[in-house]
Write a protein that binds this ligand. Structure first.
Ligand code: 13P
Ligand code: ZN
Length: 276
C-alpha cells in the first residue's frame, strides 16, 4: 500500500495530467486543490511526516478551520505531477482560525503550496457554504480560447455567459448559472481572491481576463468536465469569429427557454436578453 493507491490522490493526479494533455498548463501554469473528506484524511494519515511550520495563508477562511487539502505546489509543472506527485503536490492542514497552514505530506524537495492558495481557499469557503458541503474541488487552468476571448468580448458576465451558451446546445445544461468575469488583476494575492470568491457565490466558473479560469465542483470528473465544456465552447466561438464577425443563425432566447423546460434546468432571464 502507498499513498498513491488512495482514490482521491489518484483522482488528483489524473486531473493534473488530463489538464496537461489539453494544453492548459504551460510551464507551471495552473493549480489544483481538493478539500479532503474526514474519512479520507484517516486513509492517508499514516503517510504524514512531522508537521512543517505554521505559515500564513495570506487571507482568513474561518469556515475551513481544521480542514485538510491536497494542493499543487507553487512553480511546479502539471506535466510532472504524474511522474512525481510527492515533489509537485502536498497535503496541508489549516489551523483552528483558518489563518495559517502547515504541510503534512509532499513537496519533498521543498517549496510551498500554489501562489493562488488565497483564491483556492476563499473559493472553497464560499462553495462549501453554497453547496451545503458538496463542492470539494477548485481548479485553475490557463485555457487558451477563453483567454483569447477576453481580448475581444466585453468583460461582462452576461455577455460571456450568453456567447458561450450559444456555442453548443449542452452548454446551458452544464453551466446553467452562467460564468463570472474578473477584469485584469494582479494574481496570487488576497484582492483577486476576494473578487473571485464573490463571483463564486453565484457561479461555478470564474474567468480571469487575460489569464485563465477557475472552476468548482463536487468531484474531479465534474470539475474537469466543466472546465473542458467552457473551454470547448470558447474554442468554437474563436473559430466562428475567425470565419465571420456575424452569425448567420444561432440558438435563440426562445430555444434556450424550450431547452430549459425539457432538461429541467433554470436559465436566468438576465442571460436571455434580445440582441440588436
Ligand atoms: P503557481 O505555480 O504558484 O501555482 O502559479 C501558477 C499560476 O497559474 C498562477 O496564476
Ligand atoms: Zn494562473
Amino acid at each position: 500500500m502507498s499513498i498513491l493507491d488512495v482514490k482521491f490522490v489518484q483522482g488528483f493526479i489524473r486531473l493534473c495530467n488530463d489538464g496537461w494533455l489539453q494544453g492548459w498548463h504551460e510551464r507551471n501554469g495552473g493549480n489544483l486543490s481538493y478539500r479532503i473528506r474526514p474519512e479520507e484524511v484517516e486513509e492517508v494519515r499514516e503517510y504524514f511526516h512531522e508537521p512543517g511550520e505554521w505559515k500564513a495563508i495570506g487571507t482568513t477562511v474561518p469556515d475551513l478551520a481544521g480542514e485538510y487539502f491536497m494542493v499543487t505546489g507553487s512553480g511546479k509543472y502539471f506535466r510532472n505531477v504524474i511522474l512525481d506527485p510527492e515533489d509537485t503536490s502536498c497535503i496541508i492542514e489549516l489551523d483552528e482560525k483558518g489563518e495559517n497552514y502547515r504541510v503534512l505530506w509532499g513537496l519533498c524537495n521543498g517549496g510551498r503550496p500554489t501562489s493562488e492558495l488565497p483564491s483556492h481557499l476563499m473559493n472553497h469557503e464560499v462553495k462549501k457554504k453554497a453547496s451545503n458541503g458538496a463542492h470539494r474541488v477548485i481548479y485553475h487552468a490557463h485555457t487558451t480560447n477563453v483567454i483569447a476571448l477576453t481580448f475581444v468580448l466585453p468583460l461582462e458576465d452576461r455577455i460571456f455567459t450568453r456567447e458561450l451558451w450559444e456555442m453548443a446546445t449542452e452548454c446551458p445544461v452544464v453551466f446553467p448559472d452562467g460564468v463570472g468575469v474578473v477584469g485584469w488583476m494582479v494574481p496570487g494575492g488576497r484582492d483577486i481572491a476576494v473578487a473571485t470568491s464573490e463571483l463564486m457565490k453565484k457561479y461555478d466558473v470564474a474567468i480571469w481576463a487575460h489569464h485563465g479560469m477557475f472552476a468548482s465542483g463536487p468531484d474531479f470528473d465534474t470539475t474537469f468536465g466543466l472546465m473542458h465544456t467552457v473551454e470547448k465552447s470558447a474554442e468554437i466561438l474563436v473559430k466562428t469569429l475567425s470565419m465571420s464577425p456575424t452569425k448567420l443563425q444561432t440558438i435563440t432566447p426562445q430555444n434556450f427557454r424550450d431547452l430549459a423546460k425539457d432538461f429541467n434546468v433554470n436559465l436566468p432571464e438576465e442571460f436571455l436578453y434580445e440582441k440588436n
